[in-house]
Design a protein around this ligand. Structure first.
Ligand SMILES: [Zn+2]
Length: 376
């Protein structure tokens, strides 16, 4: 028994369907139904409002004199195993700006977990955010609400009118200003608890990234130019720094999220190896694509980008807090803006012997790498 002041999670309604059946919860997939003709569980559920366990036992024995203390505790344990209970933790309830996050996290804990700890882990986390464009600027807005300890932001661009359709961190009056400067100002107004460090710099080499990886727990890569090449550079840097990284990129009407934990999951170069081994057209496609020097116009649509950036930030929270399992470890999690669906690509393994970046492999043994530029 780990509970002292168990209660039905306030996020779930408790209601009767008829005198013999009641439910806790109303959302499809997380509603629990109890057949309870003797009404013992119904009464117990009503009493479980955060009062002390001794009072609960006493109250139940008054209503049902034949019940032993073990019976009552067994009933509470059964409800707990259904995931509908939490500890009341009254001293913390007065918190604060993050309380709605905490309530969301309560969905994923029981009386042994502590929903406040999940939020506290976020509050202790230091994040390096690369890029403040369509992805990064909205990611920063979402991060403001999660309140990490520190965010280091890196970008080199200035705000343009064409950004305003999807980069909601910026105002018309910011046009022409450095994105890092505007972002720092905006973030400090959204959440003054967060330490902000901003760097106006274009990331071109692995060393550029490594300038910013000290005092960081996790990285978000929201730069996508030049495609593939920049992901490879950032991947090499985070492997060297030993930092997990959530990568996100948007295509026409789909976005992808994938996460690398150095030396645990396959890295971006392991993905290159995996394609080299398994897709006979991979190199032809890569080279063909590279040779046209494809420079598409911006096709970022705010509602689409929001789906992707939400996926990226939620993945970061999963990675940091483990409130739920990450969805993109060693796999690409793809979000389709057109039909609202999402799916995971086949996962790719880590190649500790063959990968030149996270393993002992040699870069010259793999044809694909000669077609990349920079960060070789
Ligand atoms: Zn690797």
């Amino acid at each position: 028994m780990s509970f002292q002041n168990p209660r039905i999670k306030p996020i779930y309604p408790l209601y009767q369907l008829n005198p013999e059946v009641f439910r806790i919860g109303a959302q499809l997939g997380i509603t629990t139904e109890f057949e309870d003709p003797e009404k013992q569980y119904w009464e117990l559920a009503k009493i479980l409002d955060g009062r002390h366990i001794d009072e609960v036992v006493k109250e139940m024995q008054t209503l049902f004199p034949s019940l032993t203390e073990e019976d009552v505790i067994g009933g509470i344990e059964l409800l707990d195993s259904e995931g509908v209970l939490e500890e009341a933790l009254p001293e913390q309830e007065t918190q604060d700006r993050y309380i709605a996050n905490v309530n969301y996290f309560s969905r994923f804990t029981n009386t042994q977990g502590n929903r406040f700890d999940i939020q506290r882990k976020m509050n202790d986390t230091r994040i390096l955010l690369l890029g403040l464009g369509g992805g990064g600027s909205n990611i920063l807005t979402l991060l403001a609400g999660l309140g990490p300890k520190k965010i280091t932001i890196v970008d080199y661009d200035r705000v343009e009118a064409g950004n305003l359709g999807r980069q909601f961190l910026y105002r018309e009056s910011d046009i022409g200003r450095l994105k890092t400067e505007v972002a720092e100002e905006a973030l400090s107004q959204m959440n003054s608890n967060i330490i902000i460090e901003s760097h106006n710099k274009k990331i071109v080499t692995v060393e550029d990234v490594l300038l910013f990886t000290n005092d960081v727990d996790v990285v978000i890569c929201a730069i996508d130019e030049p495609p593939f090449i920049i992901q490879r550079i950032v991947n090499q840097a985070i492997v060297r720094a030993g930092l997990p990284c959530v990568f996100g990129a948007s295509q026409v009407s789909r976005g992808r999220v994938y996460t690398v934990i150095p030396r645990e999951t396959g890295c971006f170069d392991c993905l290159n190896l995996n394609f080299s081994k398994n897709d006979p057209k991979f190199i032809e496609q890569f080279v063909g694509f590279r040779e046209i020097n494809f420079d598409p116009p911006s096709i970022a649509y705010g509602p689409g980008i929001f789906q992707l950036t939400s996926g990226i930030v939620d993945e970061l929270v999963r990675l940091v807090t483990n409130y739920a399992a990450p969805r993109s470890l060693g796999t690409q999690y793809e979000i389709n803006y057109e039909d609202g669906s999402s799916f995971r690509h086949p996962s790719w393994p880590r190649f500790p012997k063959e990968c030149p970046t996270c393993g002992e492999g040699n870069v010259d043994d793999w044809e694909i790498f000669q077609y990349y530029e920079g960060g070789k």
